[in-house]
Ligand binder design. Sequence first.
Ligand SMILES: [Zn+2]
Length: 63
Amino acid sequence: MYGDGRGQGRNSSGGRGRGGGPLAAGPGGNCVCPSCGHKQQHKVGNPCSSITCSKCGSRMTRE
Ligand SMILES: [Zn+2]
């Protein structure tokens, strides 16, 4: 798993092997609300810790 953009730029492993769609885990994946369990997508460069849950207003965390 990558961090919220922090892990990008590392290519020591020889490139990416996953051809997942936009809903695949990783950069741009989902954030989950630790309070109510609501999940919502976030964009790269917009970490979950800066997003609040649209349902209950709690701070989101990475899924
Ligand atoms: Zn919530």
